[in-house]
Design a protein around this ligand. Structure first.
Ligand SMILES: [Fe+2]
Length: 341
């Protein structure tokens, strides 16, 4: 159905309802439901969608996948993409789409909820949740005092076979982008080569956490909320592993942001704006962080009490805006060059 025809039909229907004395809230037809390309954790996104649907009567269809792949899919689909919104684990895929001119501006009132450090300077995407890179370690295998003092140290021979990492993880790749920016490509390349030589490669953060919990490996590089989620499920007292922060503005403690953007090609701009407004509202942030222990970026929303307080995190400086490395392409190229992707 063409847009103008669709509009005429909905106007005609509204007129009919009004004539029949029924109250009319702007209800979107089934074909008009929002399509969310979702690269974030399914359970939290589903909870957000359910609450949004209940509140607005706007249907949301979620297509789940890996953030980077979804962004590339959108680029390949071009104007014909069914995606109205992209929700990603990190900001890199949003930066890539913004640079390609594919993202619409997000409403100013929505953006006011999120500090300017955690969103695009040109309003084309916004951070929704924060997450910290951490080391998860097994105290039966290694004392906290013996852990490396910087993530950069991991290329040393003394760490042979003692740690795990996930080169396909968006957050790992973001960390690498930051390293290329701050330390240069050559240093980042030697670091990766050291990791490849000495570390164990896993496909998922949850698998790393499980391996550390079971004592198969001393420690691993993951995101904070994987530990918090498992602790919530089985009780903090039943966790063997512990989280370790380098604590010195080290790249190992990098903060990354799960982000949302609206596609310019979307025919549902109003509904898409409403969805993002809801995601960054106090209510939306509470729903998301109840399901996944990430940090709300809306400062009015409460952080989960078990998390290390946001104000006590010491992420590396100069890494929220990675400039030319923000789209993550240089990191992916380097991973391919080293044979990790
Ligand atoms: Fe994740």
């Amino acid at each position: 159905m063409s847009l103008s025809l669709q509009h005429s039909v909905s106007v005609a229907l509204s007129t009919l309802f009004v004539a029949a004395g029924l109250s009319v809230t702007p209800v979107h037809a089934a074909s008009d439901s929002l399509v969310l390309y979702n690269g974030q954790h399914k359970d939290a996104t589903s909870a957000l969608i359910q609450a949004f649907e209940k509140k607005t009567q706007i249907k949301v269809e979620s297509r789940d996948g890996k953030s980077n792949e979804l962004a590339h899919q959108i680029i390949a689909e071009g104007d014909k993409s069914r995606a109205d919104i992209l929700y990603t684990e990190e900001s890199s895929p949003q930066v890539m789409l913004a640079q390609d001119g594919l993202l619409a501006e997000i409403n100013a009132e929505t953006l006011e909820n999120i500090p300017s450090d955690y969103r695009d300077a040109e309003n084309r995407w916004t951070g929704v949740l924060g997450r910290s890179r951490v080391v998860v370690y097994n105290p039966d295998m290694i004392d906290e005092a013996d852990l490396p003092t910087s993530v950069m140290d991991l290329q040393g021979d003394e760490w042979e076979g003692r740690f795990a990492f996930v080169p396909t993880s968006g957050a790992f790749q973001k960390q690498l982008s930051a390293m290329i920016k701050l330390e240069g490509r050559d240093t980042a390349k030697s670091w990766l080569e050291g990791l490849k030589k000495h570390g164990k490669i896993y496909r998922k953060n949850t698998v790393v956490l499980d391996a550390v919990e079971r004592g198969e490996i001393d420690f691993g590089l993951i995101n904070n909320y994987y530990w918090d989620r498992q602790a919530k499920e089985k009780g903090k007292e039943n966790m063997t592993s512990r989280l370790y922060f380098f604590g010195t503005n080290d790249l190992g403690d990098m903060l990354t942001v799960a982000s949302m953007g609206i596609l310019k090609s979307s025919d549902n701009q109003d509904a898409a704006q409403q969805f993002i407004a809801f995601a960054v509202s106090e209510e939306g942030q509470q729903i998301l962080t109840d399901k996944s222990a990430q940090y709300p970026l809306n400062t009015q929303a409460e952080t989960h009490p078990d998390l290390k307080p946001f104000a006590e995190l010491t992420p590396p400086k100069g890494t929220l805006d990675l400039g030319e490395y923000g789209d993550g392409k240089a990191a992916v190229e380097l991973l391919q060059e080293v044979g990790l992707l």
